[in-house]
Ligand binder design. Structure first.
Ligand code: HAS
Ligand code: CU
Length: 561
């Protein structure tokens, strides 16, 4: 039975979430290519003064809207499929509408910047504050209000998953939480803990400040509250991709998940360690004692563990699948994977690229080596491999598998779908490699005129002109990749039902199942408590110092370390 016939209400919800997500992807991709071609000097259609507006549109629409709506849909499917029930409709739809209103408010505020920033309610309608919207840059209050609504909406969406779990528990006392739901709930617990930071930042400081109710904010405090959330949010993007790689990808490869217990351990580790690391985005900020930056670095290094475990478990599961299909040898089994299947190829290529993105992340995380790459193009190079590929390519790829099930319609244009992940892969390889190298040459991020007038950058290998060209070509291929994806989706969406779907949501058992995983792994209260203790250790003293000199006064008195 197809998912849409089994759970028609939840399918309708997921379709609505995906449509918003895909519209954000389309607009974000347009802003992306316009901005990449401008920055590289290849083709300029707007003035450099508008650069921040375009860049903010690109970052907010892709990193915040495309992701959050897609994840809401994917999680809804995961919970509904694994607990075998419709989601509670009132909460889930309420969340959807709140998030949609928030998105429209934020988008209007950003776009206002392109139309001369007209004065609305006494404030100029613009939000050139980038997707990391902390002070001292200021946006129109509508932008912050929109951000607040998106966050509150996501909390309510989470409630719908918890409610489903409680209902399931009351009917299945003593049973292990199914893996997909376990992953969703763990991710949401991390999300609740971490979004408190950005919620306080927005509601207590940025909204009153943008309305003119308070005249000062403490930039260090608001940056700290932002990054308290800003690192976990990257795992809020990664963990759904992991959910796909652990629970769906092995099946697509013709095999079974290698280990359910390891998958649970990985998600618990993320819950424990995702938050007390935010200072690794603030290594160069004054006012934070070095010792606390060091704690963040140590925690970050421990946080590599769940991803390294994932690399092992997922690759082992794929190898198992390939060997079922006749794969032999140390490496030649790779040929027996279904590389022509778009959903498989996209997820596997996303994983391969993430291995590279993970390594550049390790370099970012080193406290002293970070000084070399901070605020350079290296960092966008890193995050286009992570959120821009590990997440985005996985989301697109799994849509080829999921959208037929939530619409009941056969995937159209299979040929285009099959080449799309490869186009993304090649485009991203060119763009992110050149960005990393450009960063090493000292070329800054977040500027329309990276050349300045009196300064020439020396490439470590190759020339700056060649790197710019690679970024322009790579960016263009990525735009083509996004467009192909959207064409396939649009045609599938409007097609008539009929024909064999080739996909279903029935899963083979893992090689090592939940019966092998200690029950303590499902003890959410314990893990949440430990996570909170770690946060108090990592953030308590520095935050206390920032508050001690007055909550809106900049800086913090020195604390002994
Ligand atoms: Fe990061 C900056 C450190 C992961 C996103 N990161 C950013 C920013 C973003 C971002 C958006 O310590 C910029 C924010 C801004 O605008 O300023 N990051 C890390 C570390 C990791 C890491 C240590 N980042 C991510 C993920 C992201 C993301 C995931 C989004 C989804 N990052 C940093 C630091 C900075 C930073 C500093 C600040 C830089 C600065 O100075 O501004 C780790 O989690 C990475 C661990 C990953 C691995 C890889 C394991 C490999 C796997 C692949 C398996 C293969 C498969 C395929 C499945 C160790 C799991 C098999 C296929 C076959 C065919 C066999
Ligand atoms: Cu981080």
């Amino acid at each position: 039975m197809v998912f849409v016939d089994e759970y028609p209400k939840t399918s309708k919800l997921i379709r609505s979430q995906f449509i918003v997500s895909f519209i954000a992807l389309a607009l974000g991709a347009v802003f992306g290519i316009v901005q990449a071609l401008h920055r590289t000097g290849t083709f300029r259609i707007f003035s450099s003064a508008d650069y921040y507006t375009i860049l903010t549109g690109h970052g907010v629409l892709l990193a915040l809207v495309f992701t959050t709506f897609f994840i809401a849909g994917l999680f809804g499917w995961a919970v509904s499929n694994s607990l075998e029930r419709e989601l509670p409709q009132r909460a889930a739809w309420g969340a959807f509408w709140l998030m949609l209103v928030g998105t429209v408010l934020a988008a209007v505020a950003i776009l206002g910047g392109l139309f001369g920033a007209p004065s609305i309610l006494g404030h100029s309608l613009k939000a050139d504050v980038l997707f990391t919207f902390y002070a001292p840059m200021k946006a129109h209050p509508a932008f912050y209000l929109g951000a607040a609504l998106i966050i509150v909406g996501s909390w309510i969406a989470g409630y719908a998953y918890f409610k489903s779990l409680w209902n399931w528990r009351s009917e299945n006392a003593g049973e292990r939480i199914p893996l997909k739901t376990f992953m969703v709930i763990t991710t949401m617990l991390m999300w609740y803990i971490s979004t408190i930071g950005v919620a306080v930042e927005v509601v207590v400081f940025l909204i009153p400040w943008s309305l003119g109710l308070i005249s000062n904010v403490d930039p260090l405090l608001t940056r700290t509250l932002f990054w308290y959330f800003g690192h976990p949010v990257v795992y809020f993007w990664l963990m759904p991709a992991y959910l796909v790689w652990y629970t769906i990808l092995p099946k697509l490869a013709g095999g079974r998940l290698f280990s359910d217990p390891l998958a649970r351990v990985v998600f618990v580790l993320f819950l424990l360690l995702s938050t007390p690391v935010g200072f690794h985005h603030q290594y160069v900020d004054p006012g934070i004692p070095e010792g606390f930056k060091f704690i963040a670095m140590t925690n970050t290094m421990f946080l590599l563990l769940p991803s390294l475990l994932t690399a092992f478990t997922v690759v082992a599961s794929l190898e198992h699948g390939a060997r079922q299909n006749g794969g032999k040898g140390y490496f030649s089994w790779l040929r027996n994977l279904p590389w022509g299947e778009p959903a498989f190829a996209g997820c596997a290529l996303a994983g391969l690229m993430f291995a590279a993105g993970g390594f550049s992340g390790m370099i970012n995380a080193g406290m002293n080596i970070n000084y070399l790459i901070h605020n350079t193009l290296w960092v966008p190079g890193h995050f286009h491999l992570t959120v821009g590929t590990a997440f985005a390519l996985t989301a697109m790829a799994i849509s080829y598998w999921l959208v037929p099930q939530i619409t009941g319609k056969k995937l159209q244009r299979r040929g285009l779908a099959a080449i799309q992940p490869y186009i993304w892969f090649i485009g991203m390889a060119l763009m992110s490699n050149a960005m990393h190298r450009a960063g090493l040459a000292g070329i800054p991020r977040r500027t329309a005129e990276p050349t300045y007038s009196e300064f020439s950058f020396e490439g470590v290998a190759g020339t700056v002109g060649e790197m710019r060209l690679q970024i322009a070509i790579g960016g263009t291929l990525l735009f083509v990749g996004a467009a192909l994806f959207l064409v396939v989706m649009a045609e599938t969406w409007i097609a008539h039902r009929g024909g064999r779907l080739r996909v279903n949501s029935v899963f083979p058992d893992p090689l090592s199942g939940p019966e092998h995983s200690p029950r303590i792994l499902d003890n959410y209260k314990l893990w949440t408590a430990i996570a909170l203790v770690l946060i108090v250790i990592a953030y308590g003293p520095p935050l206390a110092a920032m508050l001690a000199d007055g909550i809106t006064a900049p800086g913090s008195p020195p604390i002994p370390v």
